[in-house]
Write a protein that binds this ligand. Structure first.
Ligand SMILES: [Zn+2]
Length: 314
């Protein structure tokens, strides 16, 4: 594995923090008011629709749907930020209880609230593969130490293999599997009435994404994930990525074309017998690199993600 670039290192410091808290410290130590205060400054919150809010934590967008005294959440931020996220969600939505939390995938930025809410009896929803990952130790090259397993009460209590719907107040949420894309357990969640699509880890709008090939993500799957999201989104859909600003459909189309172009170039590299460093050196994202800085770590991961699908002897 190529060493992480500085940018990548910065991108994943949140993961590092989450790992440290899960693996090494009593969870309660980070759940008090002091932790909430220290994280509160990094949060921003705004209305998507009268009933839906977006709380932007430092590594994760959290979507909150309020209905009376109850709230439903899509993702929860890191464990370190969890107290502040919950406090902000409840305050801004006027709710008293988080009834449902949907994890779009297993990463620490998405699952930091699981322990706290699971203990309180919140329904935790995820893809079955996400539950499996959260139930065992995970070792990847981009996390400095083993993550998990999460305690039993922090694991999803309701899973899907494909798609499902959930009524919450006046809203219907359709959530579904994006197959092997960012990981092998990615879910989207579509709020049909509000016309808001929480895309989960498949979409990133402020940085090159992590393509977590070690837990089942791969570049062609990412493209296929975009295709599925594009079949759901219409011209007025607000698309909430895992991190970064909300997008409209044309941006999703542009991302899809970019990732498909990179995919085709990397397959060509593979067919020429190149390794990851050689593939990165061909700069397959050259015309797309500017807004997000060096794509090298993404390209390295995207190339390695091909091995399990095209190169059985790799
Ligand atoms: Zn992720």
């Amino acid at each position: 594995m190529a060493p992480l670039s500085r940018r990548c290192f910065l991108d994943h410091t949140l993961c590092t923090a989450a790992v440290a808290t899960v693996a090494g410290l009593p969870l309660g130590l980070l759940a008090g008011p002091a932790a909430a205060r220290s994280s509160a400054a990094t949060l921003s919150s705004r209305e998507l629709t009268p009933s839906l809010r977006l709380i932007a934590a430092s590594g994760c967008n959290v979507v909150a749907l309020g209905s009376g005294t109850d709230v439903l959440l899509i993702d929860g931020g890191t464990e370190k930020e969890a107290p502040a996220v919950l406090e902000r969600v409840l305050r801004d939505s006027g709710a008293r209880h988080a009834r449902v939390l949907i994890n779009t995938h297993w990463h620490p930025e998405q699952t930091g609230l699981n322990q706290r809410l699971g203990k309180a009896g919140t329904t935790l929803i995820a893809h079955e593969n996400t539950k499996l990952w959260l139930s065992r130790p995970i070792r990847t090259s981009w996390l400095p130490q083993t993550f998990g397993p999460l305690p039993p009460q922090a694991r999803p209590t309701k899973t899907t293999y494909t798609t499902a719907t959930l009524d919450f107040g006046a809203e219907t949420i359709e959530y579904g599997y994006l197959q092997q894309a960012h990981t092998d357990g990615d879910l989207y969640a579509y709020f049909r009435g509000a016309n808001v699509l929480a895309a989960g880890g498949v979409v990133s709008s402020d940085r090159w994404p992590l393509l977590d090939w070690e837990t089942g993500g791969w570049i062609a799957g990412l493209v296929a994930g975009y295709d599925k999201l594009l079949r759901i989104a219409n011209d007025s859909t607000q698309i909430v990525p895992a991190n970064g600003p909300v997008l409209a459909r044309p941006a999703l189309v542009a991302h899809r074309e970019m990732y498909f172009t990179i995919y085709e170039r990397l397959v060509a590299c593979l067919n020429k017998g190149m390794g990851p460093d050689e593939a990165v050196a061909t700069q397959p994202a050259r015309e797309f690199a500017a807004p997000w800085g060096s794509p090298d770590h993404f390209i390295d991961s995207a190339f390695r993600s091909l091995w399990g699908h095209f190169a059985a002897d790799a």
